[in-house]
Design a protein around this ligand. Structure first.
Ligand code: KIV
Length: 275
């Protein structure tokens, strides 16, 4: 008997991302909504539901105010919109640092309530024990070293890292400890030239760079940045579109049409049935 049910497309898994180390570059972007996830899915290996959602979508000044509930809602939306890419959800500030048990309870909620394949944590030396605890209990974890946006209040701003020798060594050690704790890949953000390459050579798992040079195993950008939705983007972003200009032009044209009573026209209204 034949079934009309479509075979589900299998998503990229954490071991498949790890196996890409040193092979073809891993393509990653952030996603926060179902329609955007649908557009990105055919082109990306991995979609990150980043806590950057707090700044990009909710207008927060940084990621510190992002909640677990926000991450779960956006994670669910991205899962609904995508079908093949691996989906990784960021653990927000305060949800994983305090203890391994706290990290596990919150990571398990993300996994169960979104169906995502992994979580990401900003990995300083103090949280590697929590990464180990999660991985040993079945939760794939992606690390994040270098510029750690959740540390913005301690750092006094979003500042590139690894310009001095001591800091370079500390970041390299963070990355090595994150891998030793069982992370399947490590995001390297905002580090001085050369350091990302050094980390990439030192690790057996892939590095995913953002503002970290081409010396990584993959790249990630905030999608809204690369699509040109903001009037300012950091130096490391390449703008592949000018959606801010496009949206401005489209909305101005709509406003002109409404004011001149050109919209709606005959093609855009319903007519009653004759007779
Ligand atoms: O939150 C985020 O979007 C991220 C990327 C910048 C890597 O962590």
């Amino acid at each position: 008997m034949s079934s009309h049910r479509q075979e589900p497309v299998r998503r990229v898994s954490a071991p498949e991302i790890t196996a890409r180390k040193g092979k073809t570059p891993i393509v990653c972007l952030t996603a926060y909504t179902a329609p955007m996830a649908e557009l990105l899915d055919p082109h990306c290996d991995l979609l990150l539901v980043g806590d950057s959602v707090g700044m990009v979508v909710h207008g927060l000044p940084n990621t510190v105010g992002v909640t677990l509930e926000m991450m779960i809602l956006h994670g669910q939306a991205v899962m609904r919109g995508s079908k093949a890419a691996m989906v990784v959800v960021d653990m927000p500030f305060g949800s994983y640092e305090g203890s391994a048990e706290l990290a596990y309870a919150n990571a398990a909620r993300i996994m169960k309530e979104t169906g995502a394949q992994a979580v990401k944590v900003e990995a300083g030396s103090t949280v590697v024990a929590n990464i180990d605890y999660l991985v040993k209990r079945g939760i794939p974890v992606m690390g994040h070293v270098g510029l750690r946006p959740q540390a913005v209040l301690v750092d006094g701003g979003f500042k590139a890292k690894g310009k001095g020798l001591d800091e370079r060594q500390r970041i390299l050690e963070d990355a090595l400890a994150t891998e030793a704790a069982g992370a399947f890949a490590v995001v390297v953000e905002g580090v001085a030239e050369g350091l990302a390459r050094e980390i990439t050579l030192a690790l057996g798992v892939p590095t995913i760079g953002i503002g970290a040079s081409s010396g990584c195993d993959g790249q990630i950008l905030v999608t809204d940045d690369m699509l040109g939705l903001f009037d300012w983007t950091p130096k490391f972003v390449r703008r592949y579109a000018d959606l801010r200009g496009e949206i401005g032009r489209a909305v101005a044209a709509y406003a002109d049409d409404v004011r001149a009573r050109r919209f709606p026209g005959p093609a855009e209204i319903y007519f009653a049935k004759a007779g």
